[in-house]
Design a protein around this ligand. Structure first.
Ligand SMILES: Cc1cc2nc3c(=O)[nH]c(=O)nc-3n(C[C@H](O)[C@H](O)[C@H](O)COP(=O)(O)O)c2cc1C
Length: 406
């Protein structure tokens, strides 16, 4: 089934909450902010046109989208994961699977973390393997919020903006169980979660990553604060759009304090309906948040288009990217259902700067080569998406291997 953990850092990292909104960092000027949606048609650009992303010159515009694969036994990255990511090194940019910033941010068995020395050392194997082959890799920082269960959290309740259970079930050590009603965070606890993201960013730096992506999509904690179906708070983190965006901006502020602004990206999914997500006015909510992100000069904004389930669930914005292209002034990565032709097309008309591929990269480690040669593609096998060891992970064939064995 498509399923897409408590260490509290008592470091006194706390800012008066309004600082984030009132004194944003200056906008960077550089390649990363050249594409603002007002550009004329960019007819020569395709997936194979190189691009400057923050300080990095990417050889192509094909990013590997973050994908949870649940191969991190006991939440520690391992050499099998290093092999998997290194196999996909020809992506212009690799973004790792969602990686928990604290034990209480765990959503799934065997998802990796970035809060212990062992985990940092494990990720170092991954980044070394990718760098040895000349690639670039960002870590996706993640807190699952309400998408968890006390049986995954040593008996503690998951935490979230509000005490509202997500619909659906979760695989846990005690079997498949209904999602639990989380405990609503006390206002004074929220800076501790922000600090966990900051510490995760610091650990990602120690592990040798080239940057980090914040997981603001798919109904996890950042999204839970942002959208009003999951945020019923009455303090300064709930109610108005400004208040609901506060957590996201505080996390961005914290993470950019480690990395600088142009090696941090964020993924958002305005039309996602999975995990019961929705907002009474998504256009306005995400428009406000995305406009607020303009102040930072981030490496990129990563936007997810709706999938078939989203489109069948209710009337969601489709497509998402061209609309927010007009609002976001920096580099934009679009994602969701792209193939070679669709990817080239959106780059050509200037509605995005890069395209990320999920399932296609999962099944085709040499995806750029296959696109270049117009070669056939391996089919992804959903049965092995999660936790199946090498099978369906590191054994998808490369083109050259296929050619010599057929
Ligand atoms: C097995 C699997 C795991 C995923 N895990 C994550 C994740 O950890 N973080 C995330 O932001 N998106 C995750 N996604 C969503 C993908 O990044 C991507 O948005 C989605 O697959 C649509 O892109 P595609 O049509 O190119 O596959 C996952 C998708 C798949 C198939």
């Amino acid at each position: 089934m498509a399923l897409f953990a408590f260490l509290v850092f008592l470091v006194p990292w706390f800012q008066p909450r309004n600082d984030v909104l009132e004194t944003p960092p200056p906008l960077l000027t550089g390649e990363a902010n050249k594409n603002n949606g007002d550009n004329p048609v960019t007819s020569n650009i395709n997936l194979f046109t190189s691009i400057q992303l923050g300080p990095y010159t990417l050889p192509n515009r094909m990013a590997m989208s973050p994908m949870t694969r649940l191969r991190a036994i006991d939440n520690v990255p391992n050499s099998l994961m290093a092999t998997y990511y290194a196999q996909r090194v020809t992506a212009g940019l690799i973004v790792t699977e969602a990686t928990m910033v604290s034990p209480l941010s765990l959503g799934y068995i065997n998802c990796p973390g970035i809060y212990s020395t062992e985990q940092v050392d494990g990720w170092r194997r991954v980044t070394d393997a990718v760098h040895e082959k000349g690639g670039r890799i960002f870590l996706q920082l993640w807190h699952s919020g309400r998408i968890s269960h006390s049986s995954l959290l040593d008996g503690q309740l998951p935490v979230a903006p509000s005490a509202l259970a997500a619909p659906g079930e979760l695989h846990t050590p005690i079997g498949k169980v209904a999602m639990e009603t989380p405990r609503a965070l006390e206002t004074h606890e929220i800076p501790e979660i922000v600090e966990q993201f900051r510490k995760g960013a610091e650990n990602a730096h120690a592990a040798g990553f080239d940057g980090v992506e914040l997981h603001g999509a798919f109904g996890y904690i950042i999204d839970q604060f942002l959208q009003d179906c999951t945020n019923k708070r009455t303090d300064e983190y709930g109610g108005s759009i400004e208040n609901r965006t506060r957590f996201l901006l505080e996390v961005v502020q914290a993470v950019t304090s480690v990395w600088g602004t142009n090696r941090v990206g964020i993924k958002l999914s305005p039309s996602n309906t999975f995990y019961g997500m929705g907002d009474s006015n998504p256009q306005e909510t995400f428009g406000y948040a995305i406009n607020a992100l303009n102040r930072f000069g981030l490496a990129y904004l990563h936007l997810q288009e709706p999938n078939e389930i989203d489109l069948a669930s209710r009337d969601v914005m489709n497509p998402v990217t061209p609309y927010y292209r007009k609002i976001y002034k920096g580099t934009l990565i679009t994602n969701g259902g792209y193939n070679h032709a669709k990817g080239d097309s959106i780059l050509k008309n200037g509605d995005a700067d890069l395209v990320s591929f999920g399932q296609l990269f999962l099944a085709n480690p040499d995806l750029p080569k296959r696109f270049e040669l117009d070669a056939s593609l391996n089919e992804p096998d959903p049965k092995t998406f999660y936790g199946a060891g090498e099978k369906g992970y590191t054994d998808y064939p490369f083109l050259a291997v296929q050619a010599t064995t057929s």
